[in-house]
Design a protein around this ligand. Structure first.
Ligand SMILES: C[S@@+](CC[C@H](N)C(=O)[O-])C[C@H]1O[C@@H](n2cnc3c(N)ncnc32)[C@H](O)[C@@H]1O
Length: 232
């Protein structure tokens, strides 16, 4: 039985109700990352990148795109898919410690911190800080506020599904989620939530100055994105 979120995301799952949903999701994440790239092509780290379906589109505007994934199966899939692209390198979270200091222009972690404990997220923020350039930025997105409501999650999914042509598949997918490992893990382990004050405190403690991004990445407006810059 799947015992934690790492395992959940590394196995086949039905979070994306069909291929169209998966593509729309990853295209949106890629567009958000593209909108945050530095003016000059730099080194970008996508932490907890998942399947990163549009990584090649992002890599085309980077010096190097590091795809960091904790799931071994996901990493194998990414390595095979992007083997011919010298601008993409697939790494594991343990590899971050070996990256040179001051080398990362942008780090993005979208829809990841909810699956980490607060201690893991604090350790991650601290580990990334020396790896960023002076002008580097760490963007944490799709953070779930404590008062988040399942109604907003459902309406975001259905709204996006309606606009992108998978509304009926989304309805069926919601019914499946109700009896899925996702729901069981969400009840047993839960998701880590952050108020704006809490995420600011976590990042400030790790040596960053923090601003809230005007919009979240992704479709869920209730969730939050923040931009953190290392304080020298
Ligand atoms: C919802 S997916 C997000 C994927 C991608 N960033 C996106 O926006 O579609 C959550 C990601 O968090 C990663 N993850 C879950 N638990 C983790 C952990 N304890 N440490 C590192 N990564 C973890 C999973 O491997 C998965 O890729």
């Amino acid at each position: 039985m799947i015992g934690n979120w790492r395992e959940f995301w590394d196995r086949p799952h039905r979070i994306y109700v069909n291929d169209r949903h998966r593509q729309v999701h990853y295209a949106r994440v890629a567009d958000n990352i593209l909108s945050e790239l530095p003016a000059q092509p730099g080194v970008v780290l996508d932490y907890g990148c998942g399947e990163a379906l549009e990584a090649d589109k992002i890599a085309a505007r980077c010096r190097l795109l590091l795809l960091c994934e904790s799931g071994p199966s996901l990493r194998d899939g990414l390595s095979a898919r992007f083997a011919g692209n010298p601008a993409i390198s697939v790494i594991a979270p343990e590899d971050i410690a070996r990256l040179p200091d001051g080398g990362l222009d942008l780090v993005v972690a979208n829809s990841v911190l909810q699956y980490l404990s607060r201690e893991e997220s604090a350790a991650l923020a601290a580990a990334l800080r020396p790896k960023l350039t002076r002008a580097g930025r760490l963007i944490l997105a799709d953070l779930i506020p404590p008062d988040s409501s399942i109604v907003t999650d459902v309406s975001s999914l259905l709204g996006s599904a309606w606009r992108n042509g998978f509304f009926f598949a989304a309805l069926a997918g919601l019914a499946q989620t109700f009896v899925s490992d996702y729901r069981r893990l969400r009840q047993q382990i839960g998701l880590t939530t952050y108020s704006e004050r809490e995420i600011r405190a976590l990042l400030e403690q790790a040596g960053y100055a923090v601003e809230r991004r005007s919009r979240n990445f992704g479709f869920n407006r209730q969730r939050m994105a923040v931009i953190a810059r290392p304080v020298s």
